[in-house]
Design a protein around this ligand. Structure first.
Ligand code: FES
Length: 115
């Protein structure tokens, strides 16, 4: 089921925002080539990504240990690397991609596929 989350004009290119989609919290990103959506928590230690920053036009960087994910695919672009020593944690918290959600734009509204 597709859920309308916002108008295209509500989320300028380069911005991201958190929305409820059928009971799941997701982050919707507006990139140069369209809208994308991922789960809202980092797969490293489950911290919220809503305060993360978009880098290189397509990656969300977690504000906690700086893991980066390509929001188009959810794949890990760079795993947790800050502060020095966090690599010890990575022995038990290996790389894991973000869940992604399909998006669509109809009549100026952004839709995200739930579930
Ligand atoms: S919680 Fe995101 S990198 Fe550690």
């Amino acid at each position: 089921m597709a859920v309308a989350v916002c108008a295209v004009t509500d989320l300028p290119v380069g911005k991201h925002k958190e929305f409820d989609v059928g009971g799941e919290t997701v982050i919707v990103y507006h990139l140069e080539d369209g809208f994308y959506a991922t789960q809202n928590r980092c797969t490293h230690l489950f911290m919220p990504l809503k305060k993360g920053k978009l880098v290189d036009g397509c990656k969300i960087q977690c504000p906690f240990h700086r893991a980066q994910f390509d929001v188009r695919t959810g794949e890990v672009a760079c795993w947790a690397n800050f502060p020095p020593g966090v690599q010890l944690l990575n022995v038990v918290r290996g790389e894991k991609a973000l869940k992604t959600y399909s998006t669509n734009v109809v009549d100026g509204m952004v839709y995200v596929e739930a579930g």
